[in-house]
Design a protein around this ligand. Structure first.
Ligand SMILES: Nc1ncnc2c1ncn2[C@@H]1O[C@H](COP(=O)(O)OP(=O)(O)OP(=O)(O)O)[C@@H](O)[C@H]1O
Ligand SMILES: [Mg+2]
Length: 414
């Protein structure tokens, strides 16, 4: 039976719905794509319910028509400054002396027994370190002998009203949300290697309205944060600095932009026709780069502050992997590396199969990441139905192996 996964990335600049089929080797073949400009969403937050619903609906419908499948449930991205996280520890005594899944579940449940304000809800509870009888660094506790199990968790919460608004918009498109996935966690699925996660690495997804960060140490998520800055701020600076409209500034940024002023010759110029003018004007590319450089430096200084505040700044030998649309800006990883004092590379979806024409870009890391996240989940509901004959179910629906269960434990739903 076909195994189908669906992800909807509700971004500040675009909504991207992907329908993927899980192949035998667990790679994903893209069957359906719906990319639509976002409306009514600012910095990861719905500001106009109707407009946002329309954009999501259009994106879902496009993905349905390209895949000839009806989308009923999906994994949906979440971002915005309303997201916050806290680390919490849970413990369980082991009556039988041998740890089983129920003991893990009890420890995780206890970790969640923290005071959460009534206007917030838990999005993820991620296991990030296991101790058995005082012995830290246990990787696979189930089946081990012991009397006391302790689990460190990273708990991500979000403002309930904001989450409800996204739920309402997605629901208006006829889709149930299988799970929200925090933006950087989805992107990390696509751009990080297992070795980087083990060494210690930060993933940073810089989109249009948000910059999403997740820190991985010893293979697990230790810290996450979402900053309300992104590529739109660069565009606004260009519009002000060079006296252009926002759409022209956006175009100039993508065509001529560079994050390092000194990489551009002082005599490099480009032509642009300001709105309402009959003649092109000549602008200096170094001036453009100066505006961009200032904003990019400021953004990475903010990110550096956040990493320092998290206390994990000394634990990232693999440095940072940049993704999201803004990471396509030439020179950005070098600026990041200088400000942060660590190696920085860029990452994007690779080895894509199927309808992947335009998808080979860092803008789609979150969208692909949602599908990757979905296939490693143990949640086995029907995702898609189509014309009776292509009705498909979640991967691993039958014979969910130990690996799948282990993954599920790691990403336990609230
Ligand atoms: N070549 C490029 N150079 C510079 N910026 C670029 C380039 N290509 C795309 N961008 C910028 O990337 C941003 C869009 O990125 P992305 O699609 O990842 O955002 P999003 O997911 O819609 O938003 P968010 O994740 O912030 O909610 C825009 O600000 C766009 O200007
Ligand atoms: Mg995004």
């Amino acid at each position: 039976m076909e195994e189908i996964v669906v992800g909807i990335d509700v971004g500040t600049t675009k909504v991207c719905t992907l329908v993927g089929r899980v192949e035998d080797d667990k790679s994903i073949r893209i069957l359906g794509v719906g990319i639509e400009p976002s409306e009514g969403i600012r910095k990861g937050i719905v500001v106009d319910l109707e407009a946002a619903s329309r954009a999501i609906k259009r994106s879902v419908e496009k993905a349905e028509s390209t895949s000839s499948l009806e989308i009923t449930t999906a994994f949906v991205s979440l971002a915005g400054a309303h997201v916050s996280s806290v680390n919490s520890r849970g413990a369980a005594g082991i009556p039988g002396g041998i740890i089983d899944f129920h003991d893990m579940a009890r420890a995780l449940e206890q970790a969640q027994a923290i005071a959460i304000p009534h206007d917030r809800e838990i999005i993820h509870v991620i296991q990030r370190g296991i101790t058995v009888d005082g012995q830290e660094g246990v990787k696979t506790p189930v089946g081990m002998h012991g009397y006391k199990l302790e689990v460190e968790t990273h708990i991500i919460t979000a403002a309930s009203a904001t989450v409800d608004n996204i739920r309402q918009c997605v629901s208006a498109a006829g889709v149930d949300i299988q799970q929200f996935v925090l933006n950087p966690l989805a992107s990390a699925e696509v751009v990080l290697t297992e070795q980087e996660r083990q060494m210690g690495v930060a993933v940073c997804d810089i989109g249009g309205g948000t910059t999403d960060l997740a820190i991985y140490v010893d293979g697990d998520v230790w810290h996450t944060m979402v900053l309300a800055v992104g590529g739109n701020h660069i565009t606004q600076d260009i519009a002000h600095g060079l006296r252009l409209s926002l759409s022209q500034a956006e175009e100039v940024k993508k065509q001529q932009g560079h994050a390092i002023r000194s990489d551009i010759g002082s005599e490099e110029y480009f032509l642009i026709r300001p709105f309402g003018e009959v003649k092109d004007i000549r602008l200096n590319r170094q001036d453009l780069a100066m505006v961009i450089e200032a904003r990019v430096e400021e953004t990475f200084n903010l990110i550096l502050q956040e990493i320092k505040r998290s206390g994990y700044d000394g634990l990232l030998p693999a440095g940072m992997v940049l993704t999201g649309g803004t990471s396509a800006l030439p020179g950005i990883s070098r600026v990041a590396s200088e400000v942060l004092g660590m190696p920085v590379r860029t990452g994007q979806p690779q080895d894509l199969k199927g309808l992947v024409d335009k998808l080979n870009s860092p803008m789609y890391s979150t969208s692909f990441g949602l599908l990757q996240w979905a296939i490693s989940m143990h949640d086995h509901q029907v995702a898609v139905s189509g014309g009776g004959k292509r009705r498909s179910k979640r991967p691993g629906e039958k014979n969910a192996g130990f690996d799948t269960v282990k993954n599920w434990m790691k990403r336990l739903l609230p």
